[in-house]
Design a binder for this molecule. Structure first.
Ligand SMILES: [Zn+2]
Length: 339
């Protein structure tokens, strides 16, 4: 419960943010709902200002509007208001239907596609955002947020001893049906130093406390272990082109919006040092941003529409690669090791 005194302090912070900002239209933050956790930046506790307002869920159609706010001190961007852990759990159960059951016609076709030369070509054109081209050599790997185990199949084929962690018990059960060990308990309950590699592909932006989660990952890694992370890039040029309809805002599910510097910062705070950082811009992501821009409300997936706009995106490949080279791609791919 937020007290009147706290509200006043928060409002003062918001007003200060507006006064101090030059030349850009900003509004006091938070403006809709007052929550103690919203008072400050999750990384440095600095005051924040609204950067993009009125963002809607363009993927799954969760009703409501959210703002993207930026810390005035360190530049870290977050979704506001932040959902609580209980709210997020409810939202995932309602809206995140994984639909990856093996044995269906769709799953069989997808599996065949993933083993085709066409998929290899796509990985080369798009960039490998899920570490599908890595080689295992028997190393122990944990895929956090493994969903129904689609990536685990790649890691197993590549020679990793691959396990998953997934809090969605239905998805975890599907992955177990593919003969994978899948942990549904929190990371804190897993044994220390048990893995050589930890993968978080499109996961870290979803968690409420990224530093704490990364610290847990560090504990789970062997002394020379590495963590491999991919997240949407908050410095992407596409976010400016698509504005509120940029597919990677993905409110309210994306809590943090990382840039290369903030990602390196959270890794460092958690006891990691960055080995390498790359940009990628998958054509499918751009296609989804285009579709979100022309459709007022999300409707079911249309493979034809997605495929058509993906081809259009591949037509812009020089532009996408140029953006990647300038650090303005749509996705950040980072490797770090325990420091
Ligand atoms: Zn900050």
């Amino acid at each position: 419960m937020t007290t009147t005194l706290e509200k006043t302090a928060l409002q003062q912070e918001g007003e200060k943010a507006v006064r101090s900002h030059e030349g850009r239209r900003v509004r006091p933050w938070p403006r809709r709902e007052w929550r103690p956790g919203d008072a400050c930046c999750a990384l440095c506790a600095g005051p924040a200002e609204v950067l993009v307002d009125g963002v809607q869920d363009t993927r799954l159609g969760v009703p409501g509007q959210w703002d993207i706010v930026r810390c005035r001190d360190c530049g870290f961007e977050q979704t506001s208001p932040r959902a609580s852990e209980a709210e997020l759990t409810g939202l995932y159960e309602t809206y995140y239907n994984h639909g990856g059951e093996p044995g269906t016609r769709y799953a069989t076709l997808r599996e065949r596609f993933f083993q085709s030369p066409l998929y290899r070509l796509m990985l080369w054109l798009d960039g490998d955002i899920s570490f599908h081209t890595e080689r295992g050599g028997g190393r122990r790997l944990l895929d956090i947020g493994c969903n129904e185990g689609r990536n685990l199949e790649f890691y197993r084929r590549a020679g990793f001893a691959a396990e998953g962690q997934e809090i969605n018990s239905v998805a975890a059960q599907t992955a177990r049906g593919r003969r994978f060990v899948v942990h549904t308990q929190p990371l804190a309950q897993l044994p220390p130093s048990a893995y050589d590699r930890i993968v978080m592909s499109q996961v870290l932006e979803h968690v409420l406390d990224p530093v704490d989660t990364l610290r847990e990952c560090r504990r789970l890694l062997a002394p020379d272990g590495e963590i491999w992370i991919s997240v949407p890039n908050a410095r992407s040029w596409q976010r400016h082109v698509f504005g509120r309809r940029w597919i990677n805002w993905h409110v309210p599910f994306h809590v943090s919006h990382f840039a290369a510097d903030s990602l390196a910062d959270v890794l460092q705070q958690a006891g990691f040092s960055v080995i390498g950082i790359k940009n990628a811009s998958p054509a499918a992501w751009m296609a989804q941003s285009i579709i979100a821009s022309i459709r007022r409300k999300p409707r079911g997936r249309s493979a034809l529409l997605l495929g058509g706009f993906m081809l259009a995106a591949y037509g812009l490949l020089p532009l996408l690669w140029l953006g990647n080279g300038a650090g303005r791609g749509d996705c950040l791919i980072v490797k770090a090791r325990r420091s």
